[in-house]
Design a protein around this ligand. Sequence first.
Ligand code: PA5
Length: 411
Amino acid sequence: MDIKIDIKKSGVSLAEVKAFDEAAEDAMDMLWSGKKDFTGWVRLPLEKNSEALEEILMTAAEIQAKCRLFVVIGIGGSFLGAKALIDSLVEEQPGLPQVIFAGNNLSGAYHSTIVDEVRKKETCICVISKSGSTTEPLAAFSVLKEIMKEKYGKKASGRIYAITDEKKGQLRREVHKEGYESFIVPADIGGRYSVLSTVGLLPAAVAGVDIKSLLKGAEIMAKDPAWDLDATNYAAARNALMKKGKKIEIFEFFEPAMEYFGEWLKQLFGESEGKEDKGLFPASLSFTRDLHSLGQFLQEGTPVFFETMIMTGYNKKDIVIPDSAGHPLAGKTLNEINQCVAKGVIKAHEKAGVPMIIIEMPETDAYYMGQMIYFFELSCAISSYINGVDPFDQPGVERYKEEARREILEL
Ligand code: PA5
């Protein structure tokens, strides 16, 4: 079994999908040509660099043995993928360090709590920044590095890991000076497409994610041409819906552990497609919680959106509802009721005329997450090319970063 993509309820006809065939084929050619900048992620799962993988696993084992707290510092593509993997896949961490994230905001309160934790627990930190110059991770790293030095003295550098560009940037220079163990963010892979590189793999491995299965799932997707059709159909359906006037794609989950996968998707699509006054605004909702806040809008509000529902199948962990709940809940499990609500939502939204794309994951495990990640990366890049934008730049982000830097200089 593999993940399943169903566009039958999207309101997009086969002819409308087919209309994008040529553009989608051109996009695939560009992605696989090996000539386009920032397309290193396309072949990454096929490369099977076992030496690099073993190095990641060895470092993860060393970190697991050395500390009780692992602080991962990074933002955007240097944060969201790892967080999505750990939240969705790690239920318990028996004997493993607690993995927490810093440098993804500039809150003094948030980071004060992390400083307290670092003071209390045996800690290792990993700073991830491709450019090596992003304000949030650099600020958080400076703060935490001082605490590490206070606590471990000269031995602090042996507990600091860095993932950054091979040659450029402030962080790489510091790696050379301080001798931290370091990994490379490949030059031909941009932040939001980097989760299957060391950027996502090292933190995930430390937390106990089976990264070999994760890569296997992605590899299956990358090497089987049947998936190209699913990816191009989904990309075409999104573009057809845009043509019909839809402005928003809402990714929806029935499992709270998938919320950060929604955050990862928002970055992937938002930064890849949202440029030149184009693109769908990517949103995400967590059900059943948000059915009780935005469910009304979804059913009857301004019809500017379509839904991409991500169904994660039955969870391994479940609870039977006791008899005291009475009819009709007693004796059924929470996951069973969750599935019933999901089916009910699909029926109700279909009756309301909401276009829906349904993606099913047979189980929430590393293998299927690997498939999902590669599927969405590929679809997103195809969809961006179809829409005539470069999926791999982010001029808007760079502009805000410059303005913010100027403000900081004036402080
Ligand atoms: O996708 C991207 O390239 C960005 O979102 C970056 O990941 C983000 O801005 C962080 O950049 P860096 O890894 O250089 O610190």
